[in-house]
Write a new protein. Structure first.
Length: 124
């Protein structure tokens, strides 16, 4: 796994890591760190909108020729299919949901809502 993918996954799973830390170590977030976390998580949609509704980290991965097929099939939501294609294919098939660009976008929006709710809970 390269550094770019690690950063992407870190942002994606940070709220769930927060939950695990809280359940195991009963952490309390310092106010200074809470402000930084909020700024980072609210900057993500702003950065997307400034980049014509695309993730800059995903745009960097777009240059790799081996990723071309995924970027054609999922033009507006390629990150998850690019790195979790097998898992998502099986999950969508199990749930009897069509595995297409629109449904992957819905998954990402739902994930982002959950992330923001978790962050808000721990910050306030």
């Amino acid at each position: 796994m390269n550094l770019l993918v690690f950063i992407h996954f870190s942002l994606l799973f940070f709220p769930f890591i927060l939950i695990l830390l809280d359940l195991t170590y009963k952490i309390k977030i310092n106010r200074k760190y809470a402000v930084i976390i909020l700024i980072v998580y609210y900057l993500i949609p702003i950065i997307w909108s400034l980049n014509q509704n695309n993730c800059p980290l995903t745009d960097i991965e777009k240059n790799d020729p081996k990723n071309k097929e995924i970027f054609e099939k999922f033009p507006s939501a390629p990150f998850l299919p690019l790195h979790w294609n097998d898992f998502l294919t099986k999950t969508f098939k199990f749930l009897k949901i069509e595995y297409n660009n629109k449904n992957v976008e819905r998954l990402i929006v739902g994930w982002n809502v959950i992330d923001f709710l978790i962050i808000l809970y721990y910050v306030y």
